[in-house]
Design a protein around this ligand. Sequence first.
Ligand code: ZN
Ligand code: ZN
Length: 258
Amino acid sequence: MKLMFLGTASGLPTHDRFSQTVVLEIDKTLHLIDVGDAASSLLAQSKLNHQSIRSIVVSHMHADHHAGLAQVLKTSMHLKKDSDLKIVLPSEGINAVVGFLEACYLPLEWLKYPVEMIPIGDEEIVIRDNLTMNAYPNTHLLGLKGRSFRRLDEMNWQFQSYSFVINAQGRRIVYSGNLRGKLAEIDELIDQNTILITEMAHLRIDEMLDVISQRKPKHVYITHFYPYLDMDDVKQKITDSSFGEAITLTWDGMVVEL
Ligand SMILES: [Zn+2]
Ligand SMILES: [Zn+2]
């Protein structure tokens, strides 16, 4: 099993970090966790086969987490993908995504591979044998609740963002998604068997290190970097901590064998 960080930027991509796209490769099948705008190109650049994609998870509807979805589906169609695809996303995104795909001349019926849209809910999500996940609502989008815009009443908007516990071939992977200031918001999901993938854009390294020191995850991969982050300060604080070897700052194209 491999974990691949194809894009490691926050919502502000740069010349050397593209928007967030994380890939889990299990038995030659690919599972995408968030699909930033460059996802299809990054898959091609890493010589990963679109036909092998079996699931795509969108943690919340901010564009940096799903803007690459339509192109991934289009490239997959051109490459004559015929295996089925599960797309797991916030329920409020389903009609909007289907409508956008139709506006892109990509109605689901034309794709020639079966697509199942799975709304995120309370139940365990079963992707395949040995790959299941549970979603945990977080407060990343809380600041948007109560704001109003023209179409809000029609759309039944929940402004819901999720963190995930992924069970992949016996490994416990916690994917923070985007949070709202504190890793402690999901600290109860983290234990000593956890491989933690956490965002950095909305968190402070000191608070993150506090949580890591208490929960002692097996390894931590930090991603979703904001370009104005003081990386030297982050690296120094990680080095100065007693568990720095358990923390990796990811980069675009990084591949980890799990
Ligand atoms: Zn984001
Ligand atoms: Zn966000």
